[in-house]
Ligand binder design. Structure first.
Ligand SMILES: [Zn+2]
Ligand SMILES: [Zn+2]
Length: 366
């Protein structure tokens, strides 16, 4: 069965059971290596050709506001003078928590009231969460573990000189953010796939998948172990490994937290990153495991996704017309999807037993 076949290409399994690997799996892996070489090679060529002029233009834009940010940082730095640990808590914990909490509070109002309609019209799964009937307190139970983890991460002795008096250059901050995103993709993809192994799924990852049509706050609704290894570690790894400046770390944590909220929020809003990819993961379970989609493409774990309407809609929306209107689901596809849903239901029944029982009943109880 297909889900298991896909998992057999998972590198962790290849370490433990090389004899199980068939010729086609090896072919698949070789294919992945070739594709990876192509992607990385093209990236290097692109950077060599356009990188300098691109960053030069961005630097010019930054130059105008660079002084402003340096002055702001200097003021903050002198305010906290001699209290680096407190400054570190402020930048790596308090600011990202406030940004995350604010974004989710606004989304929660929309979810619970199903208003205003100029936002709800962008709902991806139109028949779900209209409004959200599941008690949000269920979600907030996961907050203490998140908080505990942030404290643990923040109280670690910072590597390098994260609270230095000078901000990093614009180029360096940009390079670091790119590196953080790649590291997150790498560690999130493989740890997430690991948690989809049947032996681990039921205990650690099923909780997160109770929501087949997720909302913003669901991004931290996870078992503490999963949350630590699969959600927090891939994000925190970059700044720790690179000994990044607190300003870059703070910006990255805010970006990562808002980005994961958007990818779960259930609305494909204009001028924001597309949440279709991860929304599809919650809908179908065995597709779209990563963040950027690079490793899913290389491992073929987005093959079904690429044949769907959701994939056609997986783009930056630059107009005010919802993508469900500009790219409507055809009636034929609808019936196909119902058949697929029935077969998927039986598939889940056999692989994951009682997966998704709780929230499915809440969704359909309307
Ligand atoms: Zn998952
Ligand atoms: Zn999720």
């Amino acid at each position: 069965f297909r889900a298991t076949n896909q998992h057999s290409t998972f590198p962790t399994l290849t370490c433990f059971a090389p004899t199980l690997l068939q010729q086609d799996t090896r072919g698949g892996l070789w294919d992945s290596v070739k594709k990876a070489a192509f992607v990385i090679g093209s990236g290097i060529l692109f950077l060599a050709a356009f990188g300098n002029s691109l960053t030069w233009h961005l630097q010019k834009v930054w130059g105008a506001s660079g002084d402003f940010w340096q002055k702001l940082w200097t003021r903050l730095y002198t305010t906290f003078e001699g209290h680096d640990q407190a400054l570190f808590y402020f930048g790596a914990m308090l600011v990202p928590t406030v940004v995350f909490g604010g974004t989710n509070a606004l989304l929660m109002i929309v979810d619970v009231t199903a208003k205003p309609s100029f936002i709800t019209r962008y709902r991806i799964q139109q028949d779900k969460n209209n409004p959200v009937l599941a008690p949000p307190h269920q979600l907030f139970l996961s907050l203490p573990s998140t908080h505990l983890l942030l404290i643990t991460l923040s109280s670690d002795e910072p590597v390098g000189e994260p609270c230095g008096p000078e901000l990093p250059t614009f180029h360096w901050a940009l390079i670091e953010l790119g590196a953080f995103a790649l590291l997150e993709e790498l560690f999130f993809y493989y740890s997430h796939r690991l948690f989809h192994q049947p032996s681990l799924y039921k205990t650690y990852h099923k909780q997160h998948h109770e929501w087949t049509a997720p909302i913003g706050i669901v991004c931290i609704y996870a078992h503490p172990l999963e949350h630590m290894l699969s959600n927090m570690l891939p994000v925190a790894l970059g700044p720790v490994l690179l000994g990044s400046h607190l300003s870059t770390t703070c910006l990255w944590y805010c970006l990562a937290l808002v980005s994961t909220t958007v990818s779960h929020c259930g609305y494909h809003l204009p001028f924001l990153p597309s949440p279709e990819f991860h929304d599809f993961h919650h809908l179908r379970f065995n597709q779209c495991f990563g963040v950027l989609g690079i490793l899913d493409r290389l491992h073929g774990t987005d093959s079904k996704f690429r044949g769907t309407k959701q994939y056609e809609r997986h783009t930056l929306l630059t107009s005010l017309t919802p993508l469900t209107e500009s790219i409507p689901t055809s009636p034929r596809k609808d019936s196909e999807r119902r058949v697929a849903a029935v077969s998927l239901k039986s598939l889940r029944g056999s692989q994951y037993s009682s997966v998704n029982y709780g929230v499915r009943s809440i969704h359909t109880a309307r």
